[in-house]
Design a protein around this ligand. Structure first.
Ligand code: ATP
Ligand code: MG
Length: 342
């Protein structure tokens, strides 16, 4: 139960986000392989203790749709969170590696995320707050689970800049300053599903006012030139974050981004700002323009499902529980039938 750095042998680096990095480690005493998330936080000791207490909730989450936690500990100046290692990584990595994710897998992702969201909310009254492809993980058993959910309010406050990258998945009501609700997560799910199904982020400056065209382009291939698109997407997301930093309103913790890391990255990337859509433009688009859609020939049910996630009015948007009874989830029987006939 008491994890410490001395017992954890680093095997490899798994990835890096805005708020820290994740490494694959082996817990020597037990031989258990884990993913260790290292978060640098800028907080007083009392706040750190509070964060650790809050992270305990994560330990009590037991669901096949939630990445399990082995525990968290302080390793000054970091907080380390040890969690279940998911050997296929996250869906952003998956689509960047294999290209567009097939619709049957997209359905599975939708199903597991909704189940995870429902579990977090119904059992623990937790709203995830950070649904995006990099927080949806997969393993070779075919399990799909959520990680990085907002268990700790203090942690969220202490690493506010971490949530900047997330802003591109933010719902219109959140952008306009409303409180988070479980329905904001449903919006982010809709955006994430389009992203993995198309193999690219659904918003771009080229799309403005001409959305359908792009989304109908179903035979966009995933060959080499897609790579540069993806790099461009990453750049755009980050550049966007820095734009936001420049015009930040300190009132909203999401917008107070004046930390050194951001500044450094801003300097590094200043050269690539040209042409990219700024986060301000993007937010304007999210709030003012019709929501993006997933239009794939012969896939009306999937289209309707994504439309339901991306209803702009949160009052009219469905909850995870309501979405779980969508017709697209009757497919389970179909797969079983297909498997049997084969
Ligand atoms: P952000 O910091 O903006 O939230 P992120 O989600 O990509 O972005 P991290 O949460 O630090 O950043 O994760 C970095 C990467 O580590 C992820 O993209 C994912 O691929 C990998 N990763 C995270 N948790 C696990 C895990 N439990 N098992 C395997 N890989 C993981
Ligand atoms: Mg993450």
């Amino acid at each position: 139960a008491d994890l410490k750095d001395a017992d954890l042998r680093v095997l490899e680096e798994l990835g890096q986000g805005n708020g820290g990095s994740v490494v694959k480690v082996e817990h020597s005493p037990t031989g258990t392989v884990m993913a260790k998330k290292i978060v640098l936080i800028d907080a007083k000791p009392s706040i750190r203790k509070q964060i650790l207490r809050e992270l305990q909730i994560m330990h009590s989450c037991r669901s096949p749709y939630i990445v399990s936690s082995y525990g968290a500990f302080l390793s000054e100046p970091n907080i380390c969170i040890c969690m279940e290692f998911m050997d296929k990584g996250s869906f952003d990595g998956i689509y960047k590696r294999i290209g567009r994710v097939s619709l049957s897998v997209v359905r599975q992702v939708a199903y597991c995320v909704l189940q995870g969201l429902r579990y977090l909310y119904d059992v623990h009254r937790i709203i995830h707050r950070d649904i995006k492809p990099s927080n949806i993980l997969c393993n070779s058993l075919g399990e799909i689970k959520l990680c990085d959910f907002g268990v700790s309010g203090e942690l969220i406050n202490s690493i506010a800049h971490t949530f900047v990258g997330t802003s591109v998945y933010m719902s219109p009501e959140r952008i306009q300053g409303a409180e988070y609700s479980v329905k904001s997560d449903v919006w982010s799910l809709g955006i994430s599903l389009i992203e993995i199904a198309l193999g690219r982020f659904p918003f771009s400056s080229d799309d403005t006012g001409d959305d359908d065209d792009d989304e109908n382009d179903s035979d966009l291939d995933n060959s080499s030139d897609n790579d540069s698109d993806l790099d461009d997407l990453e750049r755009r997301k980050r550049v966007g974050a820095e734009d936001l930093a420049r015009t930040a309103t300190p009132r909203d913790s999401l917008l107070s981004l004046t930390n050194n890391k951001t500044k450094r990255r801003k300097q590094r990337q200043r050269g690539s700002v040209g042409g990219a859509m700024s986060i301000i433009e993007l937010m304007h688009q999210i709030v003012k323009e019709p929501a993006p859609r997933l239009v794939l020939p012969g896939e009306e049910e999937a289209e309707e499902f994504v439309d339901a996630c991306l209803v702009k009015d949160p009052e009219a948007r469905k909850t995870p529980g309501q979405l779980l009874v969508s017709p697209i989830f009757f497919w389970g029987c179909k797969v079983w039938w297909e498997v049997c006939v084969d």
